[in-house]
Each structure stands twice: as structure tokens, then as C-alpha cells.
Design a protein around this ligand. Structure first.
Ligand SMILES: [Zn+2]
Length: 481
């Protein structure tokens, strides 16, 4: 149910209605499918207008980070950004778009992205080639290979406030990072290099090492528990190699994965409960739907080492104070709700994150310390308003959206909110997830359907795992049509 912060999405409703129509239209013409071999992973490609398209797993297999926005699929390969326009459907993407891809802001000949067979699809050849891969089509098979990039110069820089490691690579590559015990491990995908230790001799990094592991290259940097880090990449350009830059120092934030071995805490907040029924439609009540969904999500996350907490795990009234008190401990907070609108065509999931004016990380850190020491409720309330890190919540929202869009008939959009009581105390990633509209026939059917609910719960749980840097189970193969 929507409290007064309801934001309207007229434009999006219109776009989603078009997507829905396009999808229905495509349902009648089954596209030809081909086997897609991509860097050791087997996927299926669908052919529209002679162009092969693949789901977002294709980009992941190439080591690209994926993100879905209102009007584009954004893929990142280190500092290189591939932006694929989002057409109404894959058929339109293949027939109406000739320059659907932008690489670092420069348009390229390519179809766009679009929904096909209920999944979000991206063009295979132009993405593969823009990412530095090779594309080959023979008979019923499409083969995409990613040649290994080569590590070049490794350099470092030390200052009073932080130490820096710069890894040069002969082309842009995707990277990821994780904490293992007290080491920061930065992985460069599809990269080769010689195993070697490097001496920095700085205040924050003494020595670190680089070594190849399978087709990746890992840099292992010991971290002191008081230090944080930041990692960013600079795209190669005009003969200048690509760079991955790692800064370590006490002034950098702790990563969302804690340095200690404390398990990540996910707090699920099923909306309403007890006398507060939420939205009601026939015998369907919001309070039951949100609780059931919370339990489904928890059943996937709990066995994977995540500490699960609920603001309620039964049908009872729960005060906003109780909900807020738990949210303070959350690495991830998800407040679950269901929508309803007089206009019965409104449909799909909506994900909201708080977007106060983005203060700098330093102010946020100072605020966190001050919040811990706050003497009065007024002080606490004032401080807590500005503490939710915008980027973290938005990233989580985008990840959930991308995964919901990838389930059959999945619809999702992301919006920001100026304020929301359930989210305002959460110090880390926090979102409101409106699961769908009880006022819409298709959403109501999906909310009652076990398979649809399970696939949506999986989408949310897997996005949380991805956000927390945990291994994500492989997607189930698509059911044959
Ligand atoms: Zn509600």
C-alpha cells in the first residue's frame, strides 16, 4: 500500500504497457534459437532479423558488470562503458535500431536491447566485439571468445593518507573484488600476467602480490583492520593502456562486505500485519503476501550464510519503532509491500531507494560516528536522515530490478524517494520493494501463483547475494517453449 510519498510513473507505465504489447506480439512468432558458446559457458541465442540476441548472462560470461536503467542496459568493463538503448521488444531492437550501442559515448552500428520471450535480450555480435571479443557464426552455433589481456606495468605510490597501486592492462577488462580473511583480492577477468610480489613500503600497503589463476589475474593486498579501500578503472584510449587503480587507507570507507568474519545481516520487513491488513482484494491481503514473500526470500538466503532478521515473522501488528530498531543493524534492508491503484492497468514491481542530497563520504563517516554518540532523540533523528548511502541502495535497487526483469513476464522499475520512515534509519543499503499491483489482473495472478512467486523471490535473493559479493547460483535453464 502506498503511503503519501507515492510518486507517479506515468511515463513508465506507458513504456511498460508498450513493452507488454510488444511481448504479446512476439509471442506469436517464435524466433530461431542457436547454441551460444561464450568463453566456456553454454547459453542460447535467439535470432531476430538475422541478429543473435542473448540474455544478460552473456554479458556476465564476458566479465562485464550489468545494470538496467529506465532506457538502457549499461555494461561495464573496467573503465569502458557500453550503453545499449532499450527498445520496446527484441524484434524492434533488431529491425528499427541501427546505432543502438554507445561505447564510451560513441555510437556504434548495432541493434538495441529489448524483451524477447519474456527475457531482456542484448545483441551478441556488437557487444562481443565492443568488449574486445571475437564473434563467429557457423550453422546453428555462435561462438564468442575473449582473448586474454596482458598485465603491463605495475606501479605504486605512497602518501601520508593513502597508498595506491596501479595495474596497467593492454585493454579494458572487467574486475571484481572481495575480502578473504584480512586480504583484499582484486580479480582482473580474462587477464594474464607473471606471478610476482611487489614492494610498496607504504604506511598502508607494505607488499602485495599478483598471480594468474585460471584465465584471471589476482592481486592480493593485505589490509589492516582499520583501513578501507576504493577501486576504480580508467579506460584505455589512443594507445594509453587501461588502468585499474586501488587505493588503500584509513580514510576510505569499509566495503559493504565487512572486514571481520561477521555474517552479513539482511533484515526483511514484511509490510503491515495484525489489524493492519494493507491492500485488500477479495481474499488477498497485503499483510499475508508480504510475509509469505519474506519467508521465501529468507529460505534462499539463510542456507547461504546470511544472518536473517525479520521485523515480523507472523501475523501481528509491528510498530514503526520496532521496524526502525532492527533496520539499524541491516547490511541490507528490504521493506516489502504491494500496490493498488484505481487505474487497473498499472502493473509490475517498483523499487524505491532513499535519495537525500548526497553528502560526501567523509561527512557520512562523521555522521555515523555522531549518530552512535547521539544523546537526544531529536539529534538522532536529524543525523539519521542523512546517513543512508545513496549509491549503495541504488546499486541494490538496480540489481533487484535487473533480475526481476529477467524472469518470465517480470516487470520492474527503480525510483528514488525524498523520505521514508521505514528506510531512514538504515545505515546501509535499504529499499522498499512493491511486489506488484493487486489492482491489476496479471499482477494479482502472479502474486497468487507459486512458480511466479518463487522466481521473483529468487530474483530478489540472488540480487542480494550479488550485492553482498557472495556466490550467486546459476540461473535455471529456460523451460522449452
Ligand atoms: Zn503497504
Amino acid at each position: 500500500m502506498k503511503p503519501k510519498w507515492q510518486v507517479t510513473h506515468t511515463r513508465w507505465l506507458f513504456v511498460m504497457a508498450l513493452l507488454g504489447l510488444a511481448w504479446l506480439g512476439l509471442g506469436q512468432t517464435t524466433p530461431q534459437t542457436k547454441d551460444l558458446q561464450v568463453a566456456g559457458t553454454s547459453l542460447k541465442a535467439s535470432v531476430y532479423n538475422g541478429f543473435a540476441f542473448a540474455p544478460l548472462e552473456f554479458a556476465s560470461a564476458l566479465g562485464l558488470e550489468t545494470q538496467v536503467t529506465n532506457d538502457a542496459v549499461v555494461l561495464k568493463q573496467g573503465g569502458k562503458v557500453l550503453r545499449i538503448a532499450l527498445a520496446d521488444g527484441a524484434y524492434e531492437a533488431a529491425t528499427q535500431w541501427t546505432n543502438g550501442l554507445e561505447v564510451n559515448g560513441v555510437r556504434q552500428k548495432s541493434p538495441a536491447a529489448g524483451l524477447g520471450g519474456g527475457r531482456l535480450l542484448i545483441p551478441v555480435k556488437s557487444v562481443a566485439e565492443a568488449a574486445g571479443g571475437t564473434f563467429e557464426e557457423s550453422g546453428n552455433t555462435v561462438i564468442v571468445n575473449m582473448p586474454q589481456a596482458i598485465l603491463g606495468t605495475v606501479s605504486s605510490d605512497k602518501t601520508e593518507r593513502s597508498d595506491r597501486v596501479v595495474l596497467e592492462i593492454d585493454r579494458d577488462v572487467g574486475f571484481s573484488s572481495r575480502i578473504e580473511k584480512s586480504d583484499l583480492i582484486v580479480t582482473l577477468r580474462f587477464t594474464n600476467g607473471t606471478a610476482s610480489p611487489y614492494l610498496v613500503g607504504g604506511k598502508f600497503i607494505d607488499v602485495f602480490e599478483v598471480k594468474p589463476v585460471a584465465n584471471k589475474l589476482e592481486a592480493k593486498i593485505p589490509l589492516k583492520s582499520s583501513d578501507g579501500f576504493q577501486i576504480f578503472a580508467v579506460a584505455s584510449s589512443q594507445g594509453i593502456p587501461a588502468r585499474v587503480i586501488i587505493d588503500v587507507g584509513s580514510r576510505f570507507g569499509r566495503p559493504s562486505v565487512a572486514l571481520d568474519s561477521r555474517p552479513s545481516v539482511v533484515v526483511l520487513d514484511p509490510g503491515h500485519g495484525g489489524n493492519d491488513l494493507g491492500v485488500v482484494s477479495g481474499n488477498l491481503r497485503e499483510k499475508d503476501i508480504t510475509l509469505k514473500m519474506a519467508q521465501r526470500i529468507a529460505s534462499i538466503l539463510a542456507p547461504r550464510g546470511i544472518a536473517m532478521k525479520y521485523t515480523r515473522n507472523e501475523d501481528k501488528d509491528t510498530s514503526i519503532e520496532t521496524r526502525q530498531a532492527l533496520s539499524v543493524k541491516a547490511d541490507v534492508l528490504i521493506s516489502l509491500h504491494v500496490s493498488s491503484q484505481p487505474n487497473s492497468s498499472a502493473k509490475g514491481a517498483e523499487i524505491f531507494y532513499l535519495s537525500p542530497d548526497a553528502p560526501s563520504e567523509g561527512i557520512l563517516d562523521a555522521g555515523r560516528t555522531a549518530l552512535e554518540n547521539a544523546k537526544t532523540e531529536r539529534e538522532r533523528k536529524l543525523l539519521s536522515r542523512f546517513l543512508a548511502p545513496r549509491a549503495a541502495s541504488q546499486k541494490l535497487a538496480d540489481m533487484i530490478s535487473a533480475r526481476i526483469l529477467a524472469v518470465p513476464n517480470g516487470e520492474a522499475r527503480v525510483s528514488s524517494l525524498g523520505s521514508h520512515t521505514a528506510l531512514e534509519r538504515a545505515p546501509k543499503a535499504a529499499i522498499v520493494l512493491e511486489l506488484g499491483y493487486l489492482s491489476n489482473d496479471e499482477d494479482r495472478a502472479a502474486l497468487q501463483n507459486t512458480d511466479a512467486s518463487v522466481s521473483r523471490a529468487e530474483a530478489v535473493a540472488y540480487a542480494v547475494l550479488e550485492y553482498l559479493g557472495k556466490p550467486v547460483p546459476a540461473a535455471k535453464p529456460e523451460a522449452p517453449k
